[in-house]
Design a binder for this molecule. Sequence first.
Ligand code: 5HM
Length: 185
Amino acid sequence: MSHPESLPLPADEPLQPGGSKPLVFVGGPFKGLLDPATGLLPERHRSNYRALIDHFAGLGFEVDNAHRREAWGAEVMTPDVCTRLDYLALRKAVLFVAYPGDPPSPGTMVEIGWMSAMAKPMILLIERGQEVPPLVAGVHTIAPVRYLAVEAGSFDPDELNRCTTELLGPVVPVGGRVELAMPRT
Ligand code: 5HM
C-alpha cells in the first residue's frame, strides 16, 4: 500500500469559506452495489442518491457525493485519491447523510467514524427491518445523529427536513444558497 506524499492535510478551513454554500456529503454503499456485468451502479440505487442530492441542492446546499463524482462506477477513483477527497470533504461538510447499508458498507463505516470523531451531524437512512451495526446504532451517544426510516431507499422529504433542522437549526434559502444561523457540531 502506498503512502501519498501530499500529506500533511491543510489546516481547518472556516465552515463556509468565502461565502460559499454549506456542504452536505451524501454517502452510502458503492462498490458492493456495482453490477458485475457493467461495473455500474444499478439505476434504482442511482435514483436514490440523485433524490438526496437534488433535495439538498434544492435547499441551497452544495452537495458532494462520490457515486456521482465517480460517474456511477464508470470512473472509479483509486483508494489513495478517493479516501483523501472524501476525508477533506467531510472535514468541510456541515452534514453527512448516508445509508449505512445492509450488509454494512465498509467505506460508509469509515466515514461515520470520521464524522463521529469530529462530533459532526449525521442523518443515517435505515431500511425497515435492517440490521444496524451496534456502533452505528450507538453513534448518537457521541455525535448529533438522526436515524431516518426509508423504504427501498426512498425518504419522506418532510421527515428529512425535520431531521436537518433539528441538527442544523433553521434552513433559510437566501438567493439560491442556504443561510445557517449557526451549524451545531
Ligand atoms: O465500501 P463502499 O464502496 O460501500 O464505500 C462507499 C463509501 O465510501 C461512499 O460513501 C463513498 O463516499 C466512499 N467511496 C468513494 O468515495 C468508496 C469507494 C469504493 O469503495 C470509492 N469512492 N471508489
